[in-house]
Design a binder for this molecule. Structure first.
Ligand code: UDX
Length: 447
């Protein structure tokens, strides 16, 4: 009989995972503790912007016309315990307030609430990003609290999805990692992922700590790559070099590779910043803090770029204060094709300039509602042209396609001065200069 799957926590990761499991042909039951989320999902609506996810959901959610009916949602833990052969735990692990460490309270609560409802054989699969050592501890929780005892087993299966590509990354992962303690657990996970594995996704079997570490080390590597190129941008700025050309040239070396070498205002979002901090905190607890002191530098290079963008804007306005100056900000989300503004470098820069007296007007294709909630005191406009109207300087801070397709001539009519600062090195300098704009970017020569 086909495995029945539950997904606990229906945020970014969980909602995508649940829809993907239904797409792979399984019967799926999703659980969340927030009633509004469950109600939305039951209507086939996604609580965030993620290309393709709503379509996938509507294809499978029971009760929607023409759906397969394979995907349902509930708030009832007993129902989840009874339904599932495999339970994926997908709750979030945010950074703790005032600390680097991650907050495990949602993961702990999920395990403690689920375990008493596991009456027969079940595999609980952790997907959340957790400090190494958590799986070991959670396996004990399961054994102690579940009536099924040893039959309720744990596996750790980290998730590597990128926002904006969540559906594609989940259905066609570039690798699957299975932290397991038994052949039975491995066999069940192979069954769950049989389709992507048959299509070529590598399946890497590890122990618990390695599986947990794969995730945090992958994110640390990506953060390091971005901060490396941003450090080179700083040197280029001092030496009048061009970091975009530099990245292109070193990227031709296959050992280096050209991906994730885009210099700019750096990384943000709900993962990279908090994951490298939690990783440092955990290494400290393990007495391995020296191994990760370089991540402190990665973090500070990254945060420095936001300050550098503010200084570039100040300079473009003649050097002094932002008082009375109008600043247009294109982009609010931490990356394009997402409405996520968590730790967004764009909003951080906008906020800093606003706090220093600048009149900031922000426009973003998808992130307006979330940005307004987080920074209600900033000005907002309904379009790029409206944001730019009357501006003394224009900051391009999130590389949406919509911004690449803007007509510099039209924007030039609206702006009070044709000065563009490209914080993402994503616009074509020639096109903007030809239209009479002063184009400046991070780590690039001024003319
Ligand atoms: C990341 C990891 O990529 C993913 O594997 C993991 O599961 C979750 O964290 P995500 O947070 O969606 O995914 O964003 P990602 O695409 O990695 O970008 C992170 C940040 O780095 C963004 O703010 C982006 O603008 C920035 N970035 C990325 C750069 O500044 N330069 C680059 O070259 C690439």
């Amino acid at each position: 009989m086909a495995l029945k799957i539950t997904v606990i926590g229906t945020g970014y990761l969980g909602a995508t995972h649940a829809a993907a499991m239904a797409e792979l042909g399984f019967e799926v039951l999703g659980l969340d503790v927030v009633p509004e989320k469950i109600e939305m999902l039951q209507r086939g609506e996604v609580p965030m912007y993620e290309p393709g996810l709503e379509e996938l959901l509507r294809k499978h959610v029971a009760g929607i016309e023409g759906s397969t009916g394979r995907l349902r949602f509930t708030m009832d833990w007993a129902e989840v315990g009874e339904f599932g052969d495999v339970h994926f735990v997908c709750v979030n692990t945010p950074q703790k307030h005032g600390e680097y460490a991650c907050d495990m309270s949602y993961v702990d609560a999920a395990f403690e609430t689920l375990a008493p409802h596991l009456l027969g054989p079940a595999l609980v699969v952790g997907k959340s990003t957790v400090p190494v050592g958590s799986a070991e501890r959670l396996a004990r929780t399961l054994a102690e609290l579940s009536p099924a005892g040893e039959d309720a087993e744990l596996a750790w299966n980290p998730e590597f999805l990128r926002e904006g590509f969540a559906v594609q990354d989940t259905l066609h992962p570039d690798r699957l990692v299975a932290g397991v303690r038994s052949e039975r657990a491995e066999k069940i996970l192979r069954e769950v992922y049989a389709t992507p594995v048959s299509e070529g996704s590598p399946f890497v079997v590890t122990d618990f700590p390695t599986a947990e570490l794969v995730k945090t080390s992958a994110n640390s590597f990506l953060a390091t790559k971005i901060s490396f190129i941003n450090a080179m941008a700083e040197v280029c700025e001092a030496a009048d070099g061009d970091v975009v050309k530099l990245a292109e040239a070193i990227g031709h070396d296959e050992r280096i590779g050209k991906k994730f070498l885009r210099a700019g205002i750096g990384f943000g979002g709900g993962c990279l910043p908090k994951d490298i901090r939690a990783f440092m905190a955990r290494a400290g607890e393990l007495g391995a803090d020296q191994a990760l002191t370089f991540l402190r530098e990665i973090d500070s290079i990254n945060m420095r770029r936001r300050g550098q963008m503010v200084e570039m804007a100040r300079e473009a306005l003649g050097g002094g204060s932002f008082l009375g100056k109008r600043v247009a900000v294109l982009g609010a989300t931490f990356k394009p094709d997402s409405d996520d503004v968590r730790d967004s470098p764009a909003l951080n820069v906008a906020g800093q300039i606003h706090l220093q007296g600048g009149q900031v007007t922000v426009y973003d294709p998808k992130g307006m509602a979330n940005a307004k909630r987080l920074f209600p005191t900033l000005g907002y406009a309904d379009s790029a042209v409206e944001a730019v109207r009357g501006a003394d300087v224009v900051l391009h801070l999130t590389e949406w396609r919509e911004f690449r397709e803007l007509d510099p001539a039209v924007l030039g009519e609206a702006a009070s001065a044709r000065v563009l600062l490209d914080g993402r090195n994503a616009l074509d300098p020639e096109v903007w200069r030809r239209a009479g704009w002063t184009y400046r970017a991070m780590g690039r020569p001024t003319a």
